[in-house]
Design a protein around this ligand. Structure first.
Ligand code: SF4
Ligand code: SF4
Length: 511
């Protein structure tokens, strides 16, 4: 383990403070609530010191210095609040804005722009600019997710450093000389890598904006909720930005965008594009009604539906001794869902046939940065309760064979498209089953073929915890109201368990 850095005392704006020796003054100041403006410095991308905005006065130094390259040491004394510093910061800002277009009323970055914010806090100078502004290329789509406006760029190089140091894909570069420098794609390249969306977050101005989000909603209308990405076993910390008041501005979608939340234990500052843009299906094809789909088809309330399903389970497990119920689930359940799942299917129903492994339908690409091959967030939560340990997962093939040899009378599917995985064979398997219950979020083949359909909430409509592949437990909060009658999975499992009070029937009937 690395030894903790020594703590030293130094003076900031006349106040003695403590910080790690060798840390940067700009970071030490932020920890104390003192904001020093900057564009080029980013804690994960280094400190080229080219924007010249973070200047401070240093006692004993003949000229101001940039605080993003100034290490803390014992006895150092700096000031970020002198008239000289304020004048220097305003002059640097004026330089950045010389050729910046007056786009604010039509710029999608308005409301979260580093130029707007710093001008109001540190600028407010009288413009000396009389010449025409230099024009560069506007509104260029440079990849599947990103739009570039060269005129708005302040040449901080954060985006080029990201493609060099983090994604290592080298699509972006600075071209030209002097005041004619501009940001652009390298010849023959497109900004099309699995992490491309991060340049939108780190661009401090409106030069790189999100293709899908542009002009859908002003940022001050968004509600922001802490959450966890459910799209792979990493479980990156995210913020869900919802547009509940004006979803029609956003193609009817209530979630407008997903942004990363800094978490040094899990994802640092970054997100992959799959996670960032993987929310668009949330409002599409949703299950909203509790339904009996077998004849006579019926919509009903939760109590009646679960009572009827519990009655069917009792009848079938009594009548069809020697056969069993099988349950298909996935690592998309929260920790609380897994506990209720175990209570219902293991403790009460003594189910012997489970399928919860991610292969083959929940497997995807993995890399060294964030993405994990298991495209579900919480296999670990299930493992903690014995799923994958003492409770084994069937394979799709072995479960199909069990059904074909008449050893299964019913199937309870939790948010997994079994019919899709089984393909042609699925229809014949269904015909052999006396009861198929589908509990899930979206309409899919299995939800159409089930005898009962129970709508569950998506992660943005509930709160809970996921345990990621490294054992980090993170909570996510409710951002939206559920669709229709949808309920959290744990609530459905618990209510059905109550309806089954008095179980188990004989072991022979259930095995
Ligand atoms: S496009 Fe944005 S991030 Fe890239 S250099 Fe320009 S201002 Fe910086
Ligand atoms: S790496 Fe996984 S958890 Fe992180 S954003 Fe991508 S899909 Fe989501």
């Amino acid at each position: 383990m690395k030894p903790e850095p020594k703590r030293v005392k130094f003076k900031l704006n006349g106040r003695e403070i403590e910080a790690a020796e060798g840390s940067l003054v700009i970071d030490a100041a932020r920890e104390q609530g003192v904001e020093i403006p900057h564009y080029c410095y980013h804690p994960a991308l280094g400190n080229p010191g080219n924007c010249r905005l973070c200047i401070v006065d240093v006692e004993g130094a003949p000229k101001p210095m940039v605080s993003c390259r100034l290490p803390v040491k014992e006895g150092l004394a700096v000031r970020s609040d002198t008239e000289a510093v304020k004048r220097a910061q305003a002059s640097s800002l004026e330089l950045h804005l010389i050729n910046h277009p007056l786009d604010c009323p039509v710029c999608d970055q308005a409301g979260e722009c580093g130029l707007q914010d710093f001008y109001m806090k540190f600028g407010r100078y009288e413009s000396q600019m009389r010449e025409d502004k230099l024009h560069k290329r506007k509104r260029t789509v440079i990849g599947p997710h990103v739009v570039l406006d060269q005129e708005r760029c302040v040449l901080c190089t954060r985006c080029t450093r990201f493609t060099e140091q983090v994604s290592e894909t080298h699509e972006l570069g600075i071209f030209g000389r002097g005041h004619k420098e501009y940001i652009d794609l390298a010849p023959g390249k497109r900004l099309d890598n699995p992490y491309s969306g991060n340049v939108i977050d780190i661009c401090p101005v409106g030069a790189l904006t999100e293709l899908d989000f542009r002009f859908k909603v002003r940022v001050w209308y968004l509600d922001m909720t802490d959450s966890v990405c459910p799209n792979c076993a990493r479980g990156c910390s995210i913020s869900v930005h919802a547009n509940t008041k004006r979803p029609w501005h956003n193609d009817g979608r209530r979630v407008a965008r997903i942004k990363p939340r800094y978490n040094p234990q899990v994802n640092g500052y970054w997100l992959c594009d799959e996670g960032r843009f993987g929310f668009k299906h949330l409002d599409e094809n949703r299950l909203g009604r509790v339904m009996r789909l077998k004849s006579p088809r019926k919509e009903f309330g939760w109590d009646a539906a679960l009572g009827e399903i519990a009655g069917e389970i009792r009848r079938l497990s009594g009548d069809r001794g020697g056969k069993g119920l099988a349950v298909i689930a996935s690592g998309a359940l929260s920790n609380k869902d897994w506990t209720a799942f175990k209570g219902l299917f293991v403790d009460t129903l003594k189910v012997k046939h489970f399928l919860f492994g991610p292969e083959p339908d929940q497997i995807g690409e993995q890399d060294e940065l964030l993405r994990r091959r298991e495209k579900v967030p919480n296999l670990q939560g299930g493992e903690a309760l014995g799923f994958g340990g003492s409770i084994k997962s069937e394979s799709w093939e072995s479960l199909a064979r069990e059904i074909e040899s008449d050893r299964i009378w019913g199937l309870y599917i939790v948010d997994r498209d079994a019919a899709q995985v089984w393909g042609e064979r699925g229809r014949k398997l269904w015909d052999r089953l006396s009861l198929v219950v589908y509990q899930g979020i979206h309409k899919d083949k299995s939800s159409e073929l089930a005898h009962y359909r129970l709508p569950a909430t998506a992660y943005v409509e509930e709160e809970g915890h996921f345990t990621n592949f490294e054992g980090v437990v993170q909570g996510y909060r409710k951002a939206l109201e559920p669709v229709g009658q949808a309920r959290p999975d744990w609530m459905i499992f618990s209510a059905l368990r109550e309806k089954l009070a008095g179980f188990p029937v004989s072991e022979a009937a259930l095995s």
